[in-house]
Design a protein around this ligand. Sequence first.
Ligand code: ZN
Ligand code: ZN
Length: 263
Amino acid sequence: MRVAQPELATAIDMQIALVDVQRRVQSRVPLPWIQVDAEWLARQHQAGRPVMRFRDLPIEWTDFRLALRQNADILLRFEALERADYDQIVALGREGNALEPLVAQWYERTAGLSDETSAPPDAPAGLEQVLVLALRPFLARSTESLGQQIDVSSWNRAVCPFCGWEPDFAVITPSADRRLICGRCLAQWNFAPLDCPFCGNDDRAGITSFATRDGRYRVYGCDVCHRYLKAYDARSATRPVMVAVDSIATLPLDAAAMRRGYK
Ligand SMILES: [Zn+2]
Ligand SMILES: [Zn+2]
């Protein structure tokens, strides 16, 4: 793809570098056994609230700090982060006592698990992006573990049943259902095939959908909120979705969606 579409080379290299960090950190995170009260779990799930609490995450802070730093380095190198914001984020990572409560509050707030709804006003731009990347290896492992204790097949909301984050990718199953994939913990869950998970638009006329020529990937653009979602079409595929690979393989689709005015 780098050869065929040199204008995407930088984006491809950045995504590969980010995946590389994620894999290295995640390989050091053991599969945790998360002790959760089964009744609480069921109640929380039925109420439509995410079930992954911050205190249940197996965070090794030395590894987290390293992941924060390495992800920030990559974003700076590829000019996806301003130098001043980078300096602030890296400084946060060095502050022993400030980082842990900051990450905990951010997670609980964005998961919808705390009453807090607004971000601290002095947070550097790009911090959220770096936190999502740095926390992903720990969250992904936790979701794997907690997924063995709870059945999410009846969940059909727009946000992740585990961490409350929004989807970043999707897969069309061989039975033509659509499963959304969390942009933070990589969990999958069922969602209406043509509704917009970002604004709830369920008018099919307001969704523009187009596929790649080989039929392997598809984009859904919402004509109400103008956001888009990419999907791997597994109906005639020989392998399951591989988020790291498929996100990069679909960079031309991002470009196509943005040319059509979606974001
Ligand atoms: Zn999630
Ligand atoms: Zn929408």
